[in-house]
Design a protein around this ligand. Structure first.
Ligand SMILES: Nc1ncnc2c1ncn2[C@@H]1O[C@H](COP(=O)(O)OP(=O)(O)OP(=O)(O)O)[C@@H](O)[C@H]1O
Length: 478
């Protein structure tokens, strides 16, 4: 068994009794005389759990205890106090916001207290692991540990080794540009430039010269020759985002470039050889655009040599907590914030949301919450999410059915709809889970795991159609 270390800060009372009782219950106790030394100890050592012992009053400013708790975001604190201390609203506030749990003095059973401290320690360890995972942004800058992310990373590494064009499909905000960057970073071209062009954002009148450049005097206002973006990407990669928005005429020029590796600046008489790899992305269905004559078929096939799909976030809900934690860390490092993390309810609300704006929406919500919240733990309201429906006012039986249904849906969402994993988490057999899904009319929507990049946008999943459920992401089988 791992040694159980605990940091004990005794602000008032019998420090020796606490230390000897904890030692007798298997704890290795480090004692701090005051808040300042506890903070110093925390910054140098690592403790999963801390015990603060106070008398009838806190005796130090609440802000000092807040600073102590804030000194290590993975140490879980338990307060041990005289019952009178809880009369103070300020102290109650502190305990509720910053502590894992509290117990009043005198301690009747140190074994019970030790068990509670053990739970706090486990939570501290869990939090540390979670933080470490969230920090483990891979070399590609991509967060996520589900099967879909693993597949995406592996595809990125494979296509990065070739020179062929890549077409990335996926909904808006799902991470297509990040994937394109990752392809560039993993490729032999990594030391060359990575140039991003949003084809939909450049005025049609300018896009030709923006992409291909122009010679001096090529048109009114062209007072000097200018390299285009393709030339600027020489030796590296050009990422053509929203390629479906490229005017037909330019599609022809792009096709020529893909076939011959040469470009023709506007107004130039000679072709120019350029060594650039093309990665393109589209959130529209390019095959459909081909069918209605808005996208050149030959260009589509030329681009679609290698295709990669970035799954919408609602199809990989298991990545939501780790992405949220990653964005929280990123935003909290840049902003003065009270927040130390997410409340359990906000994690549940995030698991229940269907993320139509994908990872970008998650980032925006977390960023807003970090800036705006006055709480220590971000609540669903800070994220602009609500635990949509509550069971208040419901008959017990209805509430039971609702809870059963919601927990099944949440679990399925979390494990990426894997029945075996969901059954294991729920502690039932697969057959029982199928039976329960049948009972609640929960259907895993039939959808292929992988789609061609040509099929970008996917329909949002149907929300569950029961009156009380707050969980979405599954269709009803009825
Ligand atoms: N796996 C991920 N890990 C970390 N951050 C991510 C991940 N996926 C997406 N993001 C972040 O989400 C935001 C949106 O991603 P990105 O711009 O790559 O999406 P996109 O699909 O190209 O969007 P659009 O279609 O609107 O251009 C960015 O801030 C990006 O860094």
């Amino acid at each position: 068994m791992q040694p159980q270390h605990i940091l004990c800060l005794n602000l008032e009372g019998d420090a020796e009794t606490a230390a000897s009782q904890l030692t007798a219950n298997g704890w290795t106790v480090t004692q701090a005389r005051d808040v300042g030394s506890a903070v110093r100890i925390l910054t140098h050592g690592s403790f999963h759990v801390g015990l603060l012992i106070v008398g009838a009053r806190l005796g130090v400013p609440a802000s000092a205890v807040e600073a102590l708790v804030g000194a290590s975001d993975t140490t879980q604190w338990v307060a041990l106090c005289q019952p009178e201390a809880l009369e103070s609203a300020e102290f109650r506030d502190l305990v509720l916001n910053c502590f894992f749990d509290e117990q009043v003095l005198p301690v009747e059973d140190w074994g019970d207290l030790s068990m509670m401290l053990g739970h706090a320690r486990q939570r501290g360890m869990l939090k540390r692991r979670h933080r470490a995972d969230a920090r483990s942004v891979d070399a590609l800058g991509m967060v996520g540990q589900g099967a879909d992310m693993a597949r995406l990373r592996s595809e990125i590494r494979k296509v990065a080794q070739t020179e062929a064009p890549v077409l990335i499909g996926g909904e808006s905000g799902s991470g297509k540009e990040l994937a394109a960057r990752a392809i560039h970073q993993c490729s032999p071209r990594a030391s060359g430039p990575f140039v991003v062009v949003n084809c939909g954002a450049i005025a049609p009148t300018l896009i030709q010269s923006e992409l291909f450049g122009h010679e001096r005097g090529a048109f009114t206002g062209a007072s000097a020759e200018r390299r285009g973006l393709i030339e600027a990407a020489s030796g590296g990669t050009i990422f053509l985002d929203e390629i479906g928005d490229l005017p037909l005429e330019l599609q022809t020029n792009l096709l020529r470039f893909l076939q011959e590796k040469t470009i023709n600046r506007v107004g130039a008489v000679r072709n120019l050889h350029v060594d650039v790899r093309v990665v393109a992305a589209s959130h529209v269905n390019l095959a459909e655009a081909v069918a209605v004559g808005q996208f050149r078929e030959d260009l589509f096939y030329r681009l679609n040599v290698l295709s990669i799909d970035v799954m919408p976030l609602r199809r990989r809900m298991e990545d939501v907590p780790i992405l949220a934690e990653h964005f929280f860390q990123r935003c909290a490092a840049k902003t003065r914030t009270h927040a130390r993390g997410f409340s359990r309810q906000s994690m549940e609300a995030m698991q229940a949301h269907t993320w139509p704006g994908n990872v970008r929406e998650l980032f925006n919500r977390v960023q807003r919450a970090v800036v705006m919240t006055d709480r220590r733990l971000i609540a669903p309201a800070d994220l602009g999410l609500s635990m949509a429906d509550s069971t208040i006012g419901m008959a017990l039986n209805t509430a039971r059915i609702t809870a059963e249904r919601d927990v099944i849906c949440l679990t399925l969402n979390r494990v990426g709809r894997n029945i075996t994993h969901a059954a294991r988490e729920l502690g039932v057999s697969r057959m029982t889970l199928y039976r329960l899904m049948d009972k609640h009319s929960i259907a895993l929507e039939a959808e292929p795991r992988q789609q061609s990049a040509a099929w970008g946008a996917q329909p949002a999943p149907k929300p569950i159609r029961t009156t009380s459920s707050s969980v979405t992401g599954f269709g009803t089988s009825s």
